[in-house]
Ligand binder design. Sequence first.
Ligand SMILES: [Zn+2]
Length: 612
Amino acid sequence: MLPSNSDSQQRSLENPDKQTMRVDSTKRNDKLIEVPRKKLNMRLYSESEQKFQDYVNSKIVTISIIALVGAYAILIFVIVALEELLDEIQFNNISSILSWIELGILIVFILEIFVGLYAWGIKKYYKDKWLILDTLIILLSLFFVIFELADQKTSNVIKVIQAVFRFLRIFLLIRKAQTFRRLATISTISTPAEKIVRFLAELKEVLEDENMKLDIDYCIDKIGNNQLYQMGKLDEDNAEAMAWLNQSQQGRADIKRIVTNEQQQQQVQQKKVIANFQKLNIPKRLLDILLKQHDDLYIDPFDCDKLSGGEGLVNLMLFFFENYNLFDVFLIKPKVVRSYFEEVMKGYHDNPYHNKVHAQDVAQTCNFLLSKCKFIEIGQLDEQDIACVLIAGAIHDYGHPGLTNAFLINSRNELALTYNDQSVLEMFHPSQCFKIAWGNQKVNIFENLQFQKYRRIRESIILMVLSTDMAHHASELAITNSRIAAPDFEPNGKDKQRLMDLIVHSSDVSNPTKSFEIYKQWTEKVLTEFWLQGDKERELGLPISYLCNRYTTNTAEAQVGFIDYVVKPTFASILGFLPAYEPFFQNLDKNKAKWQELIEYYKQQLASIQPK
Ligand SMILES: [Zn+2]
């Protein structure tokens, strides 16, 4: 068990004598100060110490320790069980063999402690006070095992103490088992920004100067919020010019701040209205399901669509509008909302995957994260926020042509030309959905909103749909993770929009988190769509995109990779601020194991088909 798992390559600081640091102008005088390294009052690690840290943090060592913990757990269990089962003489023989094994394991644990002490130094290693208790238990256990081996005839008093220690060793095992969790969260991909933030957070731990700690918080904040190149504080005399300069970058943040203040006021005024679903004309069988399962991860989206005669998306959105009192927020009649989402639904093409049922599924998964996983409470979302998330989910793939951005760009498609190859489809989807509304008064759900309110809703929805562009997945996720780890993380304040973006993006890639039966259907659909694109690419002589070659893509292998590299890191972030998601997180591993069993089957399938 280790104090940290950071990559120590980032630890070596280049100039050993002096460090120059910028001091936060909002907290202290805006000047550049030079801090001699000694003043930093921190311990810098030698090359061999760093090597040790890397070694101790490596996956192989972590897995070995976990294996040893498992073996130790079985051993303790066997010792306790045998004590009951076997008679004294027989037990003593076996007992001594078991004690020797236990001695071996304990020695390895002690070596682990020594390596940790060498790599991090006593102060840093024992920063986690529980590690002191771990060390004590291990040392005392070692003492008792040696005592047992030296003298087989133990007195009753010693036996009682030994029993107590067995109990304490179970406590130790539970602590050690936490290493499992650490291993699960070791991201397979990490960006320099994440490494820098992690390094700064560790640096802060060893510093004693409070002002320096404030500076580090400032650095983490700026990196985490992607504000490294933003202009400083407004100069009184040039306020107007500075505001103009900052407009493009700061506009977004300012709006968010205003949203937050207004939302807080609105929350105070919120009235509880009893929902009346009868007036919405939702088909009865669907309504019954939604009343029970509208925030359930395991609802069957295909079934919901069938039960409403192919209008699942419209009915789901009507249900949400009533459930969250959104008709009142938008000052709009159910008839207009129905007409609007009927138009949205019609815009979804009959693609194998990117169709109206996918949109309905994403909106419903967003609701699962908002409601069942309690993001509404954690983010202190008001009705306006809830509306934005659910609408973004519903419209996020509107007009999807069943082709990826890469294809549209490579084939010089008109959409790519219109949006300059930048998030082509993600720009297109919301743009069209706002056009639908403003093009026809009868379907305009935004019509009665105040101008400022409309602007904020529009911006929030657009940001969420843009966040579904996989091209920004890794970088945005890294920034979000930095924010979640930052000391001033505010899920209900300045970080709310970022988390709302993640809610929609993660719902968009959530198939692997569902039941395997539903997940498998989605997988077949998405690959059918990809392969149709691959056929087109082959025809046009374009490079065949990743996963789009029906002759080489192993369905099961592709899903294992998708879970490992995309979905698991995404939902690990969700877990970082929505602890209620925990019981569902394990579905990913369960589904991955099922695909792993199928890899061979799909290999044979691939071998049996030949390119025409
Ligand atoms: Zn989608």
